[in-house]
Design a protein around this ligand. Structure first.
Ligand SMILES: [Zn+2]
Length: 175
C-alpha cells in the first residue's frame, strides 16, 4: 500500500484501541486475523464497542465513516460498507485481500506435533461444516431464484468460507 496512506491512517486513527505499529507485527501463529493491519490503513477509525469499529471506507468518497469493522469471537474480521462497496474492493483499496480477514491458526502446530494418523475430526467440526454448507446452499438457491443477496448475506458467506477453512486446518489441510 502507498506510504502516504499509512501516514494518513496513523494521523487519523484517533481512538483505535492499539497503536498502528501493531499492523506490522503479525504473529506467525496468531489465532485471530490481524484486525489492526486493517484499522491502521483506514481513516477516522473509532471504536464503537468491544471488537467493533467505524471508519471511512477507502473504496469510495467517504466523508463520514460508513465502514463497519467487526472482529468475531472466532477471530474472523467482518467488513461492511454501508454505502454498498463490495468487501473485496474495500480491502483492495488498502492493499489487503479476503484471506486477511481469516485466522491463520495452528499451521505449524499440526505439522510439528501430529502425524496424519494422530489427527482427529471432532463432531463439532463436522457439525459446523454441515451448518456452513447449508448456509451456502440457501444463498445459492436465493441467487438461483433471482433474489438479490444483501451485504449482510455476503458477509455471512465470507464467515462461512472462513469457518470451512479453519475446519480444514484442524485436520492439517492448507486451503
Ligand atoms: Zn464504501
Amino acid at each position: 500500500m502507498p506510504a502516504n496512506a499509512q501516514n494518513k491512517a496513523t494521523r487519523h486513527s484517533g481512538r483505535a484501541t492499539a497503536p498502528p505499529t501493531r499492523a506490522n507485527a503479525k504473529p506467525e501463529n496468531s489465532t485471530h486475523a490481524d484486525v489492526y493491519a486493517l484499522l491502521s490503513r483506514l481513516e477516522k477509525v473509532k471504536e464503537n464497542g468491544p471488537g467493533r469499529w467505524l471508519a471511512c471506507c477507502p473504496a469510495h468518497q467517504d466523508r463520514s465513516p460508513s465502514l463497519a469493522v467487526r472482529e468475531t469471537p472466532d477471530g474472523t474480521i467482518l467488513v461492511k460498507c454501508f454505502a454498498g462497496c463490495p468487501t473485496p474492493d474495500v480491502l483492495a483499496a488498502v492493499g489487503l485481500e479476503l484471506k486477511d480477514l481469516f485466522p491463520q491458526r495452528g499451521r505449524d502446530d499440526y505439522h510439528a506435533s501430529k502425524r496424519p494418523g494422530e489427527r482427529w475430526v471432532p463432531r463439532d467440526v463436522l457439525s459446523a461444516i454441515a451448518q456452513e454448507a447449508l448456509i451456502t446452499l440457501i444463498a445459492a438457491e436465493a441467487t438461483h431464484r433471482g433474489d438479490r443477496l444483501e451485504r449482510v448475506d455476503l458477509d455471512r458467506l465470507v464467515t462461512a468460507a472462513g469457518r470451512l477453512r479453519s475446519a480444514a486446518r484442524e485436520v492439517g489441510c492448507h486451503v
